[in-house]
Design a protein around this ligand. Structure first.
Ligand code: NAD
Length: 269
């Protein structure tokens, strides 16, 4: 175990699977106390399993059910975290989903569902986190920053994605939400950055990598020649949450094996 995040309290939204679970594990391995957020009764056992893995490796944390698109639930999650652990030092704004459709068939419900979780959820959680950072004040024994927020964006904050207009719009929105908050709160010593994953093997994109044919097709988009794993994102999150990245603010760190390098141009320019 490392100690870059020793005793810092981290809320990780959507941490009962995939990237969120991997990031929660990575933060705990570096000493953070982790709040594993999950959205419904249906995902309770998965969240419990993530916490048990952390505890069996000597880490600390709790699970907390909350739909990040609901203001009262988000406020209750932050209040309970402060009650249990004293404050919040790190927010990983990770919860997200897809509800895909050809654009002319996309319903308003599909649009609102994705924007509500992916974008409004990040707004609600970031607002509560910043309120708590400002209330609590500096803790030089923990970090040189007042607080850190990492927004889970996507390569689709810059790559358009036909058939996924709601998802791409949510990630494009996260880009300027993150940069605007970073600009507004840098003078208060709050650092806000995004991670832009490329293709990471998780439930959200299983059909894109779970057969050899699908994986070969996916790899044509990845110059580095492998599909990502949650550990790739966990390592990036630990760095962005730690003082090692103290001069990094308002940036998206793409962790994508080069997916944003326009691979189609490598043989056809
Ligand atoms: P995932 O489906 O395993 O994780 C998404 C998590 O969000 C799940 O645990 C789900 O329970 C949770 N969630 C959904 N709605 C919620 C709500 N209303 N409140 C709280 N939690 C909720 O998929 P993942 O790949 O781990 O996705 C995590 C994040 O990474 C998402 O924001 C996604 O857009 C982003 N991302 C993933 C990839 C990839 O290749 N896997 C690429 C780019 C970006």
């Amino acid at each position: 175990m490392g100690n870059k995040l020793q005793s810092q309290v981290a809320i990780v939204t959507g941490a009962c699977s995939g990237i969120g679970a991997g990031v929660a594990n990575a933060l705990a391995t570096d000493g953070a106390i982790v709040v594993i957020n999950y959205p419904s009764d249906h995902t309770h056992d998965a969240a419990d399993a993530v916490l048990n893995e952390i505890k069996s490796a000597g880490g600390r944390g709790m699970i907390y059910q909350c739909d990040v698109s609901k203001e009262d639930q988000v406020q209750a999650m932050f209040a309970e975290t402060v009650k249990q652990f004293g404050t919040v030092d790190i927010l990983i704004n990770n919860a997200g989903l897809q509800d895909d459709s050809p654009f002319t068939e996309m319903t308003l419900a599909q649009w609102n569902h994705v924007i509500g979780v992916n974008l409004t959820g990040q707004f609600l959680c970031a607002r509560e986190a910043i309120r708590e950072f400002l209330r609590r004040g500096m803790q030089p024994e923990k970090s040189v920053a007042l607080g850190k927020i990492i927004c889970m964006s996507s390569v689709h904050e810059v790559i358009p994605w036909a058939g996924h207009a709601n998802y791409a719009a949510s990630k494009g929105g996260i880009k300027l939400l993150m940069q605007t908050l970073a600009q507004e709160f840098a003078p208060k010593k709050i650092r806000i950055n995004s991670i832009g994953p490329g293709a990471i093997k998780t439930p959200i994109n299983k059909s894109a990598w779970d057969t050899p044919e699908a994986e070969v097709k996916l790899l044509t988009l990845i110059p580095y020649g492998r599909v990502g794993i949650t550990d790739d994102i966990g390592k990036a999150a630990v760095w962005l949450a730690s003082d090692d990245s103290d001069y990094v603010n308002g940036t998206t760190l793409f962790v994508d094996g080069g997916m944003t390098l326009f691979p189609g141009f490598s043989t056809n320019g």
